[in-house]
Design a protein around this ligand. Structure first.
Ligand SMILES: [Zn+2]
Length: 104
């Protein structure tokens, strides 16, 4: 039985460029970006824990850059009590409209 892989919303251009951020046009070819979905899995790149956070954000705040298997990077939150390991394989989930790291 294959485990169900959840997906994340992304934007793709016909030229192959992909991003998790909405943009007015493709930065590579100026083409149109189309909404798409990508597997919610990747590998931890750098991460940090912010002790001083902007107004409206709880402190401390764990933030990681995740290299998605679909080829683009995404910033995701994590529990600062359980920081991930660099290069750790992780899955992401959307909670309250934000990306969060789940256990691998
Ligand atoms: Zn393009």
């Amino acid at each position: 039985m294959t485990p169900r892989v959840e997906t994340l919303p992304i934007f793709r251009c016909d030229c192959g460029f992909g991003t998790v951020m909405a943009r007015p046009y493709c930065p590579k070819c100026r083409g149109t970006l189309h909404p798409a979905r990508a597997p919610a899995e990747g590998r931890i790149l750098p991460w940090t824990i912010l002790a001083t956070t902007p107004e409206g954000f709880a402190s401390p705040l764990g933030l990681a850059v995740v290299g998605l298997t679909a080829g683009m990077n995404a910033v995701a939150r994590f529990d600062p009590e359980k920081p991930p390991a660099i290069r750790q394989n992780v899955r992401l989930a959307i909670r309250d409209g934000l990306r969060w790291i789940r256990e691998a």
